[in-house]
Design a protein around this ligand. Structure first.
Ligand SMILES: [Zn+2]
Length: 415
C-alpha cells in the first residue's frame, strides 16, 4: 500500500532541474560533450547524499552513482534506476521557464511565446489528462522532461524508500548519465563500479510504457570514385562521381524501406548525407530493422545496386563500409525475462495497463543490454520530446515514482 500522506517531491525537483542548462553537443569531441552538464550532476550527487545515500558521488566523466543499501535478509539481485541529465541539441535548454497549467480540462494548450500550440489532435494522450496539472514551456525553449522527469522521479522514489523503511527492498543503485542525446551516454560508464545485475532507464513517454524492443542499427558508408579532369578537356575522359552517386540514389526502391513510408515493425534504409565532387562522392546511410539478420540483407541489396550502378559508368569504382551501431535489446532481454516481467507486474499492482511497443530507435538501454546490464526502458510521463511543445503532467510523474518503488518491492517479494 502506498502512503497517501506522502508529499511527493518529484515536481518541485523537476522544476528546479530544468533551470540548469544541460544541453549536450553533437559536435564536441570531449566527454562529457559539454561541461555544464556536470553542474547539475554534481548537485544531484549532493542531493542524494542529503537524502541519505552516503556513497553518492560524481566521477570525472560526470556519471553520478549512489547506493541505497538493502534492508531485507533475502538475497535480492541488485537493480539500478538510470536517467540522463542532458537535453537534446536540437532546441535550446537555456533559461527554461516552465508554466504549470493547473487542472487541465481538455482542448489545445497555447504557449506564451512563439505562437506554439500543443494540439489535442496531435497529442492523443491529452485525453487521459483531465484534471491533471500539465507542465509546459513558455514557448522559447524545450522543457527538458527528457530526461529530467526521470531524474526527479528516481530521486523522489529513493526519498520515499528512505522515509518508509517498512518497505523491504534489495540493494538499489542510482545512476545519472551525461550525453544520452548525442548517443554517447554509456561511453565512459563504469558498470563494474555500478555493480548492478539489472537496470531500468526511466526515459520513456506515456504512462504505462515499458520498452523491451528497439531497432538494430548499422551505418553504411559508400564512396563512389570517378575521374576528374578539367571540364574544358573532359570529353570522353571525365567520370563524374556526383552523377554516379545520383544514379545510385535514383535506383533505390521508392515506395518501401524508407522512414517516410514505413512504421510499426518495418525497417528502413535511409540516406542521410551526400557529399562530393567530380572525383569522389560519399554517401552515408543508416540501416534499421527489429530483426538483426535483415540488416545484412538490406546491406547486400545496397551493394548489389552499387555494383549495377558503376557498371553503367565504365572506369568508376566504389568502396563499401558497414559500421555496427547498436542492436535490438530484445535479444538480451529475452534471456533475462524477469526484468521486464517484474516491471509489468509492478504496473499491474498499481492498476496501470502496461503498454509495450517496439521503439523505432535506440536507447541507452540497447547499449547497456549488450554491455552486460539488461535494461528495459520505463515511461517518465514526458511528451513531444526535443521541442518547444514538450509537456509532462505532474500526476504522471507521481505515478512513475510509484512504479519505481513498486518495481523494487516486486524484486524483493519474488526473491
Ligand atoms: Zn531521453
Amino acid at each position: 500500500m502506498f502512503d497517501d500522506k506522502y508529499k511527493f517531491t518529484c515536481t518541485e525537483r523537476f522544476l528546479r532541474y530544468v533551470k540548469y542548462d544541460t544541453q549536450s553537443d553533437e559536435n564536441s569531441a570531449s566527454f562529457p560533450s559539454t561541461e555544464k552538464q556536470k553542474i547539475l550532476s554534481a548537485d544531484l550527487a549532493k542531493e542524494l547524499k542529503e537524502i541519505g545515500l552516503k556513497d553518492a558521488q560524481m566521477d570525472e566523466w560526470g556519471y553520478v552513482m549512489a547506493t541505497l543499501p538493502a534492508n531485507t535478509n533475502k538475497e535480492v539481485p541488485v537493480i539500478s534506476f538510470i536517467a540522463h541529465v542532458d537535453t537534446s541539441s536540437s532546441v535550446t535548454g537555456k533559461d527554461v521557464n516552465p508554466v504549470i497549467n493547473k487542472n487541465y480540462q481538455g482542448g489545445d494548450i497555447k504557449l506564451q511565446n512563439g505562437g506554439w500550440i500543443i494540439k489535442e489532435s496531435e497529442n492523443p494522450d491529452l485525453k487521459n489528462m483531465k484534471g491533471f496539472d500539465i507542465i509546459t514551456t513558455d514557448g522559447n525553449t524545450l522543457l527538458g522532461a527528457d530526461d529530467k522527469a526521470g531524474v526527479a522521479e528516481i530521486m523522489d522514489a529513493i526519498n520515499y524508500l528512505i522515509t518508509h523503511p517498512e518497505i523491504k527492498h534489495g540493494t538499489i543503485k542510482v545512476c545519472f548519465t551525461p550525453d544520452e542525446e548525442v548517443g554517447r551516454g554509456t561511453e565512459k560508464m563504469d558498470l563494474k563500479k555500478l555493480g548492478a545485475k539489472y537496470g531500468y532507464t526511466i526515459d520513456g513517454s506515456s504512462r504505462g510504457e515499458i520498452e523491451v524492443e528497439t531497432f538494430s542499427a548499422d551505418a553504411v558508408i559508400i564512396k563512389f570514385l570517378g575521374k576528374n579532369i578539367h571540364p574544358g578537356y573532359a570529353k570522353g575522359q571525365m567520370i563524374n562521381s556526383i552523377k554516379i552517386a545520383s544514379a545510385f540514389i535514383d535506383s533505390l526502391p521508392k515506395d518501401k524501406l524508407s522512414p517516410e513510408t514505413t512504421d510499426g515493425r518495418e525497417g528502413y534504409v535511409h540516406p542521410l548525407a551526400f557529399n562530393g565532387n567530380e572525383e569522389q562522392t560519399i554517401l552515408k546511410f543508416i540501416i534499421r530493422d527489429f530483426d538483426t539478420k535483415k540488416l545484412k540483407a538490406y546491406e547486400d541489396q545496397l551493394k548489389d545496386l552499387a555494383e549495377k550502378t558503376i557498371a553503367k559508368f565504365p572506369g568508376s569504382k566504389f568502396e563499401f563500409e558497414v559500421i555496427e551501431q547498436y542492436r535490438n535489446m530484445k535479444e538480451v532481454l529475452d534471456k533475462h525475462p524477469l526484468v521486464a516481467e517484474y516491471a509489468t507486474e509492478a504496473l499491474k499492482n498499481l492498476g496501470i495497463k502496461p503498454l509495450m511497443h517496439p521503439v523505432r530507435g535506440g536507447t541507452d538501454g540497447s547499449k547497456l543490454c549488450f554491455m552486460g546490464l539488461p535494461t528495459p526502458n520505463i515511461f517518465d510521463g514526458g511528451h513531444s520530446f526535443h521541442s518547444q511543445l514538450e509537456w509532462v503532467a505532474k500526476q504522471d510523474m507521481e505515478v512513475a515514482v510509484k512504479v519505481i518503488i513498486e518495481i523494487a518491492k516486486v524484486w524483493e517479494s519474488k526473491s
